[in-house]
Design a binder for this molecule. Structure first.
Ligand code: GTP
Ligand code: MG
Length: 198
């Protein structure tokens, strides 16, 4: 008989300040709601954008939870959004311990945010100290692909994919928190990756 298992998975989101970590978190659990109204003639799409143009730096860390059904398992993702700004990073080693997946985020329009991925990756492994660092699941998100229709991007998709390949085939998604693009598939992948580490 199939059994339903409930699993709580801890996900840590890291990346430079301003790349859009908080915006991605806010967008994810608040997907657009479509409502069908009237005599089958009127379809009203209610788009709820939890997207804020105003930048408020994250201080310390905060989490959101999201439930997903994956095969016979009810998975609760506890997604920790952290501060990119160094002066707001007050997280100890204990915070990273027990993580099931690490999501790295960079801004495709800001080279420095891509160049620092090595630091975020290595620092995470140092702090989290997983049993097998080579097998620990990471996901990379290249965010803000909407800006200027992609004309202002400085990191190509190929460059990002090459980095992922060199780091043990990390799955890669290009996203826009502003336009709610590709966030759902990215989080499904995150959940599956975290589950594989369970
Ligand atoms: P810290 O908390 O300092 O680490 O920054 P963060 O990574 O959480 O960045 P945050 O989500 O606060 O976003 C920074 C700014 O970028 C805000 O003004 C957002 O509105 C904007 N932003 C985030 N994602 C996108 C996106 O996909 N497209 C565009 N155009 N703007 C975005
Ligand atoms: Mg933030």
């Amino acid at each position: 008989m199939a059994t339903r298992r409930r699993t709580l998975l801890k996900v840590i989101v890291l990346g430079d300040s301003g790349v859009g970590k908080t915006s991605l978190m806010n967008q994810y659990p608040n997907l657009p709601i479509a409502v069908f109204l009237g005599w089958g003639k009127v379809l009203i799409l209610l788009w709820i954008w939890k997207f804020s143009q105003q930048y408020k730096a994250t201080i310390g860390a905060d989490f959101v939870t999201k439930e997903l059904q994956i095969d016979d398992k009810l998975v609760t993702l506890q997604i920790w959004d952290t501060a990119g700004q160094e002066r707001f990073q007050s997280l100890g080693v204990a915070f990273y311990r027990g993580a099931d997946c690490c999501v790295l985020v960079y801004d495709v329009n800001v080279l420095k945010s891509f160049d620092t991925l090595d630091n975020w990756h290595d620092e995470f492994l140092k702090q989290a100290n997983p049993a097998d660092p080579r097998k620990f699941p990471f996901i990379l998100l290249g965010n803000k692909i909407d800006i200027d229709g992609g004309n202002s991007r400085v990191v190509s998709e190929k460059k990002a994919r090459d980095w992922c390949a060199s780091r043990g085939n990390i799955p890669y998604f290009e996203t826009s928190a502003k336009e709610d693009y590709n966030i759902d598939p990215a989080f499904l992948c995150i959940a599956k990756a975290a589950l594989s580490n369970d």
